[in-house]
Write a protein that binds this ligand. Structure first.
Ligand code: SF4
Length: 244
């Protein structure tokens, strides 16, 4: 698998040609490649490309039950804008959430990193695992520029947690390229971006960032910056550290 991943990365090394990358993988994988959209700016760009290249692709989002209203509005707006795409929502299992809230409270994430990761696990990671079941690969909107922990992310990776390939077509794009594409193609986007929310997750765990802040500063702002991932996108170094 490592050799295949290396070969694919060499093929698309430094590529900003996202349609070519998507075209290649969507054609090779067919129905066994899915796209997980967080409804963020990068993912809206990918939805637009996928609608043009292969709208039959499985496109899904994770509705944690704690999303801002603006994100719910965008989900409906995106469905209306791309009727050719079947945007599916995956929800947490009610029994998991009921047990967690009964034991630790509704806003447990402010208590400790462990409690925050537990909430992310039940509300995001477990639904993601269900959404990825039966797929050979998934597409994400990760970009290297977004955070320190994403600097080494490669365009193609083997996702150890889910045992499938992970394709990150926007890895080399800048924030400027993302917004240029959105504006030129009238892609719908979350209104919160206009209020300085650069990365948008759940309402209680996201806030606006100052102009000179980095993209993910508004996520879990009360925690040390090294914890700013929810478990959906652990890099290989994090996996190695946790397994050591
Ligand atoms: S981002 Fe916050 S509310 Fe959302 S799943 Fe994680 S801890 Fe829970």
């Amino acid at each position: 698998m490592e050799k295949i991943v290396d070969r694919l990365n060499q093929r698309f090394q430094g590529s900003h040609d996202v349609p070519a990358v998507l075209d290649y993988f969507l054609n090779h994988f067919g129905k066994t490649l899915g796209f997980a959209s967080s409804m963020g700016a990068e993912d809206q760009v990918l939805t637009d490309f996928i609608a043009k290249i292969n709208p039959q692709t499985k496109v899904f989002t994770l509705d944690t039950g704690r999303l801002p209203e603006e994100t719910h509005e965008l989900i409906d707006q995106t469905r209306g804008h791309y009727p050719e795409i079947n945007l599916q929502s995956y929800f947490p299992r009610p029994d998991n959430v009921e047990k967690m809230v009964a034991e630790k409270g509704l806003n447990l994430f402010y208590d400790s990193v462990e409690s925050r990761k537990l909430c992310c696990y039940y509300r995001k990671v477990e639904p993601l695992q269900r959404a990825l079941s039966g797929l050979d690969g998934w597409i994400t909107g990760l970009r290297r520029e977004q955070s320190e922990s994403r600097r080494q992310t490669r365009l193609v990776e083997f996702d150890e947690d889910n045992g499938i390939l992970k394709i990150n077509p926007l890895i080399y794009w800048t924030e400027e390229e993302v917004w240029k594409y959105i504006r030129q193609n009238q892609v719908p986007y979350n209104k919160l971006h206009d209020a300085n929310y650069s990365s948008i997750g759940c309402a209680p765990c996201t806030r606006a960032v100052p102009k000179d802040g980095s993209v993910r500063d508004g996520r879990w702002w009360w925690e040390n910056s090294q914890h700013k991932e929810c478990g959906l996108h652990r890099n290989n170094r994090e996996v190695a550290l946790e397994e050591a």
